[in-house]
Design a protein around this ligand. Structure first.
Ligand code: DO4
Ligand code: MG
Length: 279
């Protein structure tokens, strides 16, 4: 089932039907380890509303309330090679090679909830960056007890030139206004995610496709539980958190995003997150 946060309230979409949840708080919902079972109680004729998934996608807000957004890096081979290339001038490229092989993953703080862009909102390129890309990332919704409650689509916007100049600039390359987007919904399941689920990125410039790339969740080097264990090892998350799991798609080195580009990120079974690049 899918959970949409909308201006009409929190809405469940399952078996081609939408159901409005009465007065629910997203912080509580996303920290409920029995969420899928508890939501079944609301799937009845009284709560049914007439909205298609397409209509829900047009009104969806970022499916987050107060949780922090964290991110993992260099979890796909493609991310490792792209990073080694962008940082070769700074002498920092061996760090990416090492972290790809190391036991400890790269984890970094990405965004507060208040800074996250929802579907249809404008993401941004830093004004001091000449080389920026979106990073399409499967994003885990994790409860305070480390349970994966669901999955959403994430965009970890990144300034490749700033990170490439010096890996210590990572926080500036990764965290700025308009650098994180999530949505359109949270796919809630108790089943393990289909590893063959495809992740796709399309970038449109003046309605023409300027870039297209695909990968599958199976290409990830690390397990979700490994990432969660490291993230929670010395930090508690009383209302849970969102964890972007890294990118397996990086456009060629001569590609940079431009203002007005439209970014479409799709993950099979979850949905498509669409954002334009604003100023
Ligand atoms: O090492 C820098 C960040 C890596 C990242 O964001 C990714 O691999 O997705
Ligand atoms: Mg990333």
């Amino acid at each position: 089932m899918k959970l949409f946060k909308t201006p009409k309230g929190n809405i469940i979409y399952t078996n081609n039907q939408a159901y409005k949840l009465p007065e629910t708080d997203l912080n509580t919902l996303l920290n409920n380890d029995n969420l899928i079972q508890d939501l079944q109680d609301f799937i009845n004729d009284t709560n049914r509303i007439s909205l298609s998934e397409k209509e829900l996608n047009t009104i969806a807000l970022a499916p987050i309330k107060n949780q922090e957004v964290w991110a993992a890096g260099v979890t796909y081979y493609r991310s490792k090679t792209a990073r080694m290339e962008e940082s070769k001038g700074s002498g920092g490229s061996s760090f990416y090679d090492k972290v790809y092989e190391a036991e400890r993953p790269e984890l970094f703080f990405k965004s507060t909830a208040q800074r996250v862009c929802g579907p249809g909102e404008n993401v941004r390129i830093r004004k001091d960056s000449l080389w920026s890309v979106p990073e399409p990332e499967l994003t885990l919704v994790v409860s305070s007890s480390k349970k994966i409650i669901g999955y959403t689509v994430g965009n970890d916007m990144s300034a490749r030139d700033i990170e490439g100049e010096n890996p210590l600039y990572l926080p500036q390359a990764k965290s700025y206004t308009g650098s994180a987007a999530l949505g359109p919904c949270i796919y809630i399941t108790n089943e393990p995610l289909n590893l063959h689920a495809q992740i796709s990125l399309s970038i449109f410039r003046k309605e023409k496709k300027a870039f297209e790339g695909h990968t599958t969740v199976a290409e990830i080097k690390r397990s979700f539980s490994e990432l969660i264990e490291f993230l929670f090892s010395e930090m508690d998350f009383p209302i849970g958190c969102f964890l972007m799991t890294g990118t397996g798609i990086v456009p060629a080195d001569d590609f940079t995003l431009k203002v007005n580009d439209r970014i479409e990120i799709s993950i099979d079974g979850i949905g498509t997150l669409i954002n334009e690049v604003g100023i």
